[in-house]
Write a protein that binds this ligand. Structure first.
Ligand code: ADP
Length: 414
């Protein structure tokens, strides 16, 4: 089955086509046929496409909305230039899987999209006003392009975290705020965390129930998740992706009382303060230079700048604190797993996070850590009681697999 995987954002549409089916899933033999993205939707868009064996292609064209972006992608896919021989016509695409940000308490796993499911995604709009509407536009664009008969599946970023118990997901705010407005911790990055936990247990030959790990997804957005017996039991992002770790431009945890202080002192509205916490904080806010960890590390190698050093230190310190907290919450774990752009590619950051976790049984193998970039590798010393791994994330594979499993009616996806 050729599955088109879509991630529709406010101004971008990312896509991949993955050939997979139940047998390929069992044999871990899925094939990525191509990938690409459309950026700056709404204006002169940049459309980047690539397939194995053909050079990356970048073109610009006016693209007014997600529907038009999908049209571009589909025209490229069905053309001779795509370099994807498996797809000659749109009939060679058999299903579509969507990344949907928020499934609230409604969706505990991925779902075949029916009128009822679509309504459910709409009902979650007030929980993710910036994201779910775009995901819905992606679903509607597929209906326009392929007709109602195309099977579509929603894979929710929040679903993996629906196993978190109430004592971990409730805030200590008046209970009626939860009852009336669904204000609680939901967590995000669920598909990524679920994928790396799955990959870890297949690499180690463990069952889901034997999987006790702390996953650290460190990219532009960052989150930590406590995975006990294969299930998420706590996660650092909350009602929104703002809570928890220090991120590229997000503050992560702050004292809630400083919000009105910032508003008063800086003359900002509550919405403007929230925007500040989402877009002007984290690595960017502390360093005053950039949210890009690669640049910060390069700068630090070139010269010692106090604010850049602080940005990196605060980032690593917060991540280490969460590891400690989750070790306590879970009663210990077998491994810490690093993933995401920073987690996969920045050995210095992994070393700084793990430095000081020797008490918990974790010592990095300095050489293996230094050499590991983007490949699944154990980086703790062989005698470390708490192991460390780097596992590249692959949300698209999981979305494609869930799409197949939902269509085939396979119970509880791995
Ligand atoms: P997103 O969360 O948007 O998917 P990514 O997972 O791609 O983002 O992560 C982006 C982050 O990863 C950026 O801060 C980038 O600087 C960082 N990164 C990528 N490669 C490296 C590297 N070699 N060294 C340090 N940081 C890196």
């Amino acid at each position: 089955m050729n599955v088109l995987v879509l991630n529709a954002g406010s101004s971008s549409l990312k896509f991949q086509v993955i050939a997979t089916d139940l047998e390929k899933i069992r044999n871990d033999a899925d094939v990525r046929l191509c990938r690409g993205y459309v950026e700056r939707i709404g204006g002169e868009a940049i459309i980047t496409t690539e397939a194995p064996g053909t050079p990356r292609r970048k073109v610009t064209a006016p693209v007014r909305n997600i529907s038009a972006a999908l049209d571009h992608v589909l025209r490229w896919l069905a053309s001779d230039q795509s370099g994807v021989p498996e797809i000659r016509t749109l009939g060679d695409i058999h299903a579509v899987g969507h990344r949907v940000v928020h499934g609230g308490e409604l969706f505990r796993e991925s779902a075949l999209i029916t009128a009822e499911v679509l309504q459910g995604i709409e009902d979650c709009i007030d929980l993710a006003p910036l994201h779910n509407p775009n995901n819905i536009k992606g679903i509607q664009a597929v209906r326009e392009a392929f007709g109602q008969g195309m099977p579509q599946v929603a894979v929710f970023d929040t679903a993996f975290h629906t196993s978190i118990p109430d004592h971990a997901y409730l805030y200590a705010t008046p209970y009626h705020l939860y009852a009336r407005h669904r204000i609680r911790r939901y967590g995000f990055h669920g598909t990524s965390n679920r994928y790396v936990a799955y990959r870890y247990r297949t690499l180690r030959g463990l069952t889901r129930e034997q999987t006790n790990v702390i996953t650290l997804h460190l990219g532009n957005g960052c989150s930590a998740t406590a995975v006990r017996e294969g299930k998420s039991v706590d996660t650092s992002m909350g009602m929104t992706p703002l809570e928890g770790l220090v991120m590229g431009t997000r503050s992560g945890d702050v004292d809630p009382a400083i919000l009105s202080l910032i508003a008063t002192k800086e003359g900002l509205s509550p919405t403007e303060v929230e925007a500040l916490l989402n877009t002007q904080c984290g690595l960017l806010g502390i360093s005053g230079v950039t949210n890009d960890m690669r640049v910060l590390l390069q700068e630090l190698r070139a010269h010692d700048d106090r604010r850049i050093r602080l940005a990196v230190e605060i980032f690593c310190y917060r991540a280490r604190k969460y590891i400690g907290a989750y070790l306590a919450a879970m009663g210990g774990a077998d491994a810490v797993i690093f993933t995401g752009g920073i987690g996969e590619n920045a050995p210095e950051i992994r070393a700084r996070i793990c430095d000081g976790l020797q008490w918990a049984g974790l010592t990095l193998d300095a050489e293996r850590n230094a050499q590991t970039r983007g490949t699944a590798t154990q980086i703790g010393t062989p005698d470390s009681r708490l192991q460390a791994w780097v596992i590249p994330t692959d949300e698209e594979i999981l979305i494609a697999r869930d799409t197949v499993r939902c269509i085939e009616g396979e119970p509880h996806p791995a």
